[in-house]
Design a protein around this ligand. Sequence first.
Ligand code: GAP
Length: 452
Amino acid sequence: MMEDIVSLCKRRGFIFPGSEIYGGLANSWDYGPLGAQMKMNIKNDWWKTFVASRADMVGLDSAILMNPKVWEASGHVETFNDPLVEDKVTHKRYRADSLIQDAIGQNVDGKSLEELANLIAQHNIKSPDGNELTPPVQYSGMFKMKLGSGNEEDKIIYLRPETAQAIFVNFKNVTESMRKKLPFGIGQIGKAFRNEITPGNFIFRTLEFEQMEIEYFVEQDQWETHFTHWLEQMEAWANSIGVDANKLHRLEVSKDGLAHYSKRTVDLEFDFPFGTKELWGLAYRTDFDLNNHQEYSKQKMTYTDPDDNARKIIPHVIEPSMGVDRTLLAMLVSAFHQETLDDGDTRIVMKFKPNMAPFHVAILPLMKKSGMPEKAEEILSDLQKSFRCEYDDSGSIGKRYRRHDEIGTPFCITIDFDTVEKGTVTIRDRDTMKQESVDINNLQDYLTQKIT
Ligand code: GAP
């Protein structure tokens, strides 16, 4: 199934291999016209749901490059590492913890390098190509860059591995400018970068990706209530954007597997074709980050209780964190259907939620004559004001329907002789393939009702 999805994405303009004309760059992907539109739909819906339509939320759009002290304070410089081993013959690199888990079925999160080396020796674990492995070493997931001209001493800065830190760093600016009372949250969408040892599985794990993150600030004694609330909100949103609920599962992350900042994490896992893996994460980050930034920056990160000015606290944090690219992948997997039709023919159809599809509507003049193109263009310019439309006049109508099935267009509007003579169009429903005749004057209402 994964191969079918990757091939469809390339063929139909969703996702292309990165830098393809130069032989590509491993594990980099470019979003084509339809993929770019779907990413936009995901981000817009996320922002609308979690930021714009909630009184307890505000947004942020921070710089990617930050003072390197941020990453010392956050603990990333010291702890954002994975254990790396190398095949002594092929020099291919692997995560030691994943190889061990695959070989002996034991979760080895939290084990030291020495313990991992012992397990590899004890169980005689080899690389997937059957060769000896080097001893595990810590490998930083942080991308380093040099800042400065040749005349100055070069300074190391990092590409951010998560968008979250900019939210903590701006905590004071936001509370002072927006006068928010606890509980409240700050949401941000942006690129993150990780020097992953084993990127792969299409857009599932890449070096460059986008995150949609919320840091939700709460009173310490209320963290559990908010944790439950956000878990439910994340699941409800998954359902609303067309992530198959039957493929979504909660995973309580074990104490050993928790990130250095987390006291509790629940991953929402998804049944991808290559295995059940993390789609999104929800973490209770306590007051770890604000406390550390207070210590490292020497700036107060306290919040003053509006009902008791003498009470100053460092709020605790619940963090729903979601990757845009993984969300798109889960939507592609959920939407992908291969169907055999009554006449024995088969079709691929992407059953996206209508509002998340690249196009809402395809406008298809049956012929390039007899007044049909003119009528179709009139309808296009009218519908374009409210809907994402594509005008398509090439090839047989059957082929055009098939193409729109594959790109998940929920409604195809055919302009035919009846349109010119009687003012009606034929609307074909993507999922049922049923066709109905609708008066042009009722088109707007018809589509508004159907596209949610
Ligand atoms: N601020 C918390 C944080 O970054 P994470 O679990 O490491 O937590 C959050 O990442 C989400 O970002 C993941 O659940 C996933 O959706 C996405 N993500 C993380 N690493 C990724 C990668 N290498 N490629 C694509 N998406 C990734």
